[in-house]
Write a protein that binds this ligand. Structure first.
Ligand code: DAK
Length: 255
């Protein structure tokens, strides 16, 4: 059975982690399939955005697979961590937006996968946490770095050192998710966001992501110069000509 399923709906690709019996825990095979899936989707020009979710109604991803990690030695742990980080990077640097549809437990590596997405929408049954301290380890897929960048050091530190699990509303309050909807509404809500994105200038959407992702690594002066460079690039595109002409002709743009 494939542990990652990809389906297309209009301009959205829905990537489902599919190991419901293990609450979609990430083992080596699943991580490798995810990496292959993101590499393949990068070539698909029709895709306006990706939605990542978990199979079943209980979990997004309950973490890295603890049974697979239990007996790892230093080298195997390092390789597993590096594979996981490559996956998180491929999500984060995917050229179009990636939305986390968080439909249940997003713990440990699952919370880290959610953090690598560009933004997250949660069902009211979603639960978040970095419980690695319960297992005697720290996050290995970037969580100790992406969580404080998203929610601030105070909230991140509390979650990391207590291993506490928070519900969707709390996650929303600290900015870990953008909003909370019912489980029944979750996929429709995400598909509507993709539909909205698919009507915008495709190059501009890509460059927004590049500006935010790239700029957040820089000091504000360099980041603003980077923004000007990307802004300039827009003017070399047919999208800019069409977008501005359409506005002046009082009609919707046809990108
Ligand atoms: N790994 C493997 N199996 C898991 C799992 C996981 N993370 N989470 C759940 N399962 C499995 C359970 O073992 C159980 O399997 P069977 O017994 O049925 O065979 C099945 O899924 C259903 O789970 P439960 O029976 O436990 O279900 P409950 O509703 O009672 O509890 C729960 C749900 C999510 C609260 C509970 O399953 C739970 O606490 N799960 C573990 C959550 C967790 O601790 N997640 C963090 C994992 S650690 C690193 C690389 C990576 C990482 C760290 C370092 N380096 C290389 C440096 C990342 C670490 C993590 O993500």
């Amino acid at each position: 059975m494939n542990s990652v399923i990809t389906e297309k709906k209009d301009r959205a690709a829905i990537v489902t982690i599919n190991r419901p019996k293990a609450l979609n825990a990430l083992n080596r095979d699943t991580l490798e399939e995810l990496l292959a899936c993101f590499t393949a989707l990068e070539e698909d020009r029709e895709i306006a955005a990706i939605i990542i979710t978990g199979a079943g109604d209980k979990a997004f991803v309950a973490g890295a697979d603890i049974s697979a990690m239990q007996d790892m030695d230093t080298l195997a742990g390092r390789e597993f961590g590096q594979l996981g980080q490559r996956v998180m990077n491929s999500v984060e640097t995917f050229s179009r937006p990636v939305i986390g549809a968080i439909n249940g437990f997003a713990l440990g590596g699952g919370c880290e996968l959610a953090l690598a997405c560009d933004f997250r929408i949660a069902s009211d049954s979603a639960r978040f946490g970095q419980p690695e301290v319960n297992l005697g380890v720290i996050p290995g897929f970037g969580g100790s770095q992406r969580l404080p960048r998203l929610v601030g050091t105070g909230h991140a530190m509390e979650l990391l050192v207590t291993g506490e699990i928070i519900d969707a509303e709390q996650a929303c309050r600290i900015g870990l998710v953008n909003r909370v909807v019912s489980a029944a509404q979750l996929m429709d809500e995400c598909l509507q966001v993709v539909e909205k994105i698919s009507r915008k200038g495709p190059l501009a959407v890509r460059l927004c992501k590049e500006a935010v992702r790239g700029g957040m690594q820089m000091d504000i002066d360099r980041a603003c110069r980077y923004e000007s460079e990307l802004f300039g690039i827009c003017f070399a595109s047919a999208d800019q000509k069409e977008g501005m002409r359409a506005f002046l002709e009082k009609r919707p743009a046809n990108f």
